[in-house]
Design a protein around this ligand. Structure first.
Ligand SMILES: [Ca+2]
Ligand SMILES: [Ca+2]
Length: 196
Protein backbone atom coordinates (compact mmCIF):
# COMPACT_ATOMS: atom_id res chain seq x y z
CA UNK A 1 0.00 0.00 0.00
CA UNK A 2 1.25 3.44 -0.81
CA UNK A 3 0.45 4.83 2.61
CA UNK A 4 3.30 6.82 4.01
CA UNK A 5 3.89 7.02 7.69
CA UNK A 6 4.75 10.68 7.91
CA UNK A 7 2.27 12.75 9.85
CA UNK A 8 0.70 15.62 8.02
CA UNK A 9 -2.02 18.04 9.04
CA UNK A 10 -4.41 17.24 6.22
CA UNK A 11 -5.49 13.73 5.23
CA UNK A 12 -4.70 12.60 1.70
CA UNK A 13 -7.77 12.72 -0.59
CA UNK A 14 -9.55 14.90 1.96
CA UNK A 15 -12.07 16.24 -0.54
CA UNK A 16 -13.24 12.90 -1.87
CA UNK A 17 -13.45 11.43 1.64
CA UNK A 18 -15.49 14.42 2.73
CA UNK A 19 -17.90 14.00 -0.17
CA UNK A 20 -18.31 10.32 0.50
CA UNK A 21 -18.69 10.46 4.28
CA UNK A 22 -20.45 13.78 4.79
CA UNK A 23 -18.05 14.85 7.51
CA UNK A 24 -17.44 18.58 7.67
CA UNK A 25 -13.91 19.75 7.05
CA UNK A 26 -13.39 20.42 10.75
CA UNK A 27 -14.71 17.00 11.77
CA UNK A 28 -12.57 15.30 9.18
CA UNK A 29 -9.47 17.04 10.48
CA UNK A 30 -10.29 16.03 14.04
CA UNK A 31 -10.91 12.51 12.86
CA UNK A 32 -7.56 12.52 11.10
CA UNK A 33 -5.80 13.60 14.26
CA UNK A 34 -7.57 10.80 16.08
CA UNK A 35 -6.45 8.37 13.38
CA UNK A 36 -2.86 9.52 13.72
CA UNK A 37 -2.98 9.24 17.50
CA UNK A 38 -4.37 5.69 17.24
CA UNK A 39 -1.63 4.84 14.74
CA UNK A 40 0.99 4.51 17.44
CA UNK A 41 3.75 3.16 15.24
CA UNK A 42 3.18 5.76 12.59
CA UNK A 43 2.38 3.09 10.00
CA UNK A 44 -0.09 5.10 7.97
CA UNK A 45 -2.84 2.57 8.67
CA UNK A 46 -4.57 1.04 11.69
CA UNK A 47 -4.67 -2.54 12.86
CA UNK A 48 -7.31 -4.22 15.00
CA UNK A 49 -5.17 -3.56 18.04
CA UNK A 50 -5.00 0.13 17.27
CA UNK A 51 -8.79 0.31 17.06
CA UNK A 52 -9.19 -1.45 20.39
CA UNK A 53 -7.89 1.74 21.98
CA UNK A 54 -11.14 3.52 21.07
CA UNK A 55 -13.00 3.72 24.37
CA UNK A 56 -16.48 3.81 22.85
CA UNK A 57 -15.76 0.49 21.11
CA UNK A 58 -14.04 -1.09 24.07
CA UNK A 59 -17.18 -0.70 26.18
CA UNK A 60 -19.59 -1.64 23.38
CA UNK A 61 -20.74 -5.27 23.61
CA UNK A 62 -20.57 -5.45 19.83
CA UNK A 63 -17.26 -3.58 19.76
CA UNK A 64 -15.31 -6.50 18.35
CA UNK A 65 -17.82 -6.93 15.55
CA UNK A 66 -17.72 -3.24 14.80
CA UNK A 67 -13.94 -3.43 14.69
CA UNK A 68 -14.20 -6.33 12.24
CA UNK A 69 -16.27 -4.18 9.91
CA UNK A 70 -13.24 -1.95 9.40
CA UNK A 71 -11.58 -4.95 7.76
CA UNK A 72 -13.81 -6.27 5.00
CA UNK A 73 -12.43 -9.12 2.93
CA UNK A 74 -10.07 -10.23 5.67
CA UNK A 75 -7.73 -7.25 5.42
CA UNK A 76 -5.49 -6.52 8.36
CA UNK A 77 -5.14 -2.82 7.93
CA UNK A 78 -7.43 0.12 7.38
CA UNK A 79 -6.30 3.42 5.93
CA UNK A 80 -7.80 6.77 6.77
CA UNK A 81 -10.45 6.64 4.02
CA UNK A 82 -11.70 3.26 5.24
CA UNK A 83 -11.61 4.43 8.84
CA UNK A 84 -13.69 7.52 8.02
CA UNK A 85 -16.14 5.49 5.92
CA UNK A 86 -17.02 3.10 8.76
CA UNK A 87 -17.25 5.89 11.31
CA UNK A 88 -19.52 7.86 9.01
CA UNK A 89 -22.28 5.34 9.81
CA UNK A 90 -22.12 6.51 13.40
CA UNK A 91 -22.09 10.17 12.61
CA UNK A 92 -24.95 11.80 14.48
CA UNK A 93 -27.57 12.86 11.97
CA UNK A 94 -27.89 16.37 13.32
CA UNK A 95 -24.19 17.08 13.38
CA UNK A 96 -23.89 18.69 9.98
CA UNK A 97 -26.00 21.09 8.05
CA UNK A 98 -28.70 19.06 6.30
CA UNK A 99 -29.34 21.92 3.88
CA UNK A 100 -26.04 21.09 2.21
CA UNK A 101 -27.37 17.82 0.90
CA UNK A 102 -27.40 17.38 -2.83
CA UNK A 103 -30.33 15.19 -3.97
CA UNK A 104 -28.20 13.80 -6.78
CA UNK A 105 -25.70 12.46 -4.28
CA UNK A 106 -26.06 8.91 -2.97
CA UNK A 107 -27.78 8.47 0.38
CA UNK A 108 -25.51 9.65 3.18
CA UNK A 109 -23.76 6.89 5.11
CA UNK A 110 -25.45 7.97 8.33
CA UNK A 111 -28.99 7.76 6.95
CA UNK A 112 -31.39 5.51 8.79
CA UNK A 113 -31.23 2.92 6.00
CA UNK A 114 -27.45 2.80 5.97
CA UNK A 115 -27.27 2.62 9.75
CA UNK A 116 -29.69 -0.31 9.63
CA UNK A 117 -27.65 -1.96 6.90
CA UNK A 118 -24.53 -1.57 9.00
CA UNK A 119 -26.26 -2.96 12.11
CA UNK A 120 -27.67 -5.88 10.11
CA UNK A 121 -24.25 -7.00 8.94
CA UNK A 122 -23.05 -7.05 12.55
CA UNK A 123 -25.57 -9.85 13.09
CA UNK A 124 -25.32 -11.60 9.74
CA UNK A 125 -21.93 -13.22 10.24
CA UNK A 126 -22.06 -15.58 7.27
CA UNK A 127 -23.38 -12.78 5.05
CA UNK A 128 -26.17 -14.79 3.52
CA UNK A 129 -28.58 -11.87 3.90
CA UNK A 130 -30.46 -13.41 6.83
CA UNK A 131 -30.05 -13.47 10.57
CA UNK A 132 -30.43 -17.09 11.59
CA UNK A 133 -31.53 -18.14 15.06
CA UNK A 134 -27.94 -19.07 15.81
CA UNK A 135 -26.62 -15.70 14.67
CA UNK A 136 -29.24 -13.99 16.83
CA UNK A 137 -28.16 -16.15 19.75
CA UNK A 138 -24.53 -15.17 19.31
CA UNK A 139 -25.33 -11.45 19.36
CA UNK A 140 -27.56 -11.84 22.41
CA UNK A 141 -24.78 -13.70 24.15
CA UNK A 142 -22.52 -10.70 23.59
CA UNK A 143 -25.11 -8.20 24.69
CA UNK A 144 -26.55 -9.68 27.83
CA UNK A 145 -24.56 -10.36 30.94
CA UNK A 146 -23.77 -13.58 32.73
CA UNK A 147 -26.93 -13.33 34.82
CA UNK A 148 -28.92 -14.95 32.02
CA UNK A 149 -28.82 -18.70 31.62
CA UNK A 150 -28.18 -20.37 28.27
CA UNK A 151 -31.75 -21.66 28.30
CA UNK A 152 -33.19 -18.19 28.83
CA UNK A 153 -30.92 -16.86 26.13
CA UNK A 154 -32.16 -19.45 23.67
CA UNK A 155 -35.76 -18.64 24.38
CA UNK A 156 -35.06 -14.92 23.96
CA UNK A 157 -33.37 -15.68 20.63
CA UNK A 158 -36.35 -17.77 19.53
CA UNK A 159 -38.80 -15.08 20.50
CA UNK A 160 -36.80 -12.30 18.85
CA UNK A 161 -36.55 -14.21 15.59
CA UNK A 162 -40.20 -15.26 15.70
CA UNK A 163 -41.41 -11.73 16.31
CA UNK A 164 -39.48 -10.37 13.37
CA UNK A 165 -39.93 -13.33 11.02
CA UNK A 166 -42.80 -12.32 8.76
CA UNK A 167 -42.42 -14.94 6.02
CA UNK A 168 -41.90 -17.74 8.53
CA UNK A 169 -38.62 -19.11 7.18
CA UNK A 170 -37.10 -19.11 10.65
CA UNK A 171 -34.64 -16.32 9.94
CA UNK A 172 -34.69 -12.53 9.81
CA UNK A 173 -34.15 -10.93 6.41
CA UNK A 174 -33.00 -7.33 6.08
CA UNK A 175 -36.55 -6.28 5.25
CA UNK A 176 -37.87 -8.01 8.36
CA UNK A 177 -35.08 -6.51 10.42
CA UNK A 178 -36.00 -3.05 9.16
CA UNK A 179 -39.66 -3.60 9.96
CA UNK A 180 -39.01 -4.89 13.44
CA UNK A 181 -36.97 -1.80 14.21
CA UNK A 182 -39.46 0.57 12.66
CA UNK A 183 -40.35 2.25 15.89
CA UNK A 184 -36.86 2.38 17.27
CA UNK A 185 -34.89 5.57 17.06
CA UNK A 186 -31.99 3.95 15.29
CA UNK A 187 -30.52 7.29 14.26
CA UNK A 188 -29.94 8.08 17.91
CA UNK A 189 -28.98 4.62 19.02
CA UNK A 190 -26.39 4.27 16.33
CA UNK A 191 -24.64 7.52 16.93
CA UNK A 192 -21.34 7.18 18.67
CA UNK A 193 -19.40 10.24 19.60
CA UNK A 194 -16.03 9.12 18.41
CA UNK A 195 -14.58 12.61 18.62
CA UNK A 196 -14.06 13.95 22.05
CA1 LIG B 1 -26.74 -15.22 8.16
CA1 LIG C 1 -37.94 -14.50 7.55
Amino acid sequence: MGARGSHSAVPPDADSIRRETGFSQASLLRLYHRFQALDRDNKGYLSRMDLQQIGALAVNPLGDRIIESFFPDGNHQVDFAGFARVLAHFRPVDEEDPGMQDPKQPEPLNSRMNKLRFAFQLYDLDRDGKISRNEMLQVLRLMVGVQVTEEQLESIADRTVQEADIDGDGAVSFMEFTKSLEKMNIEQKMSIRILK
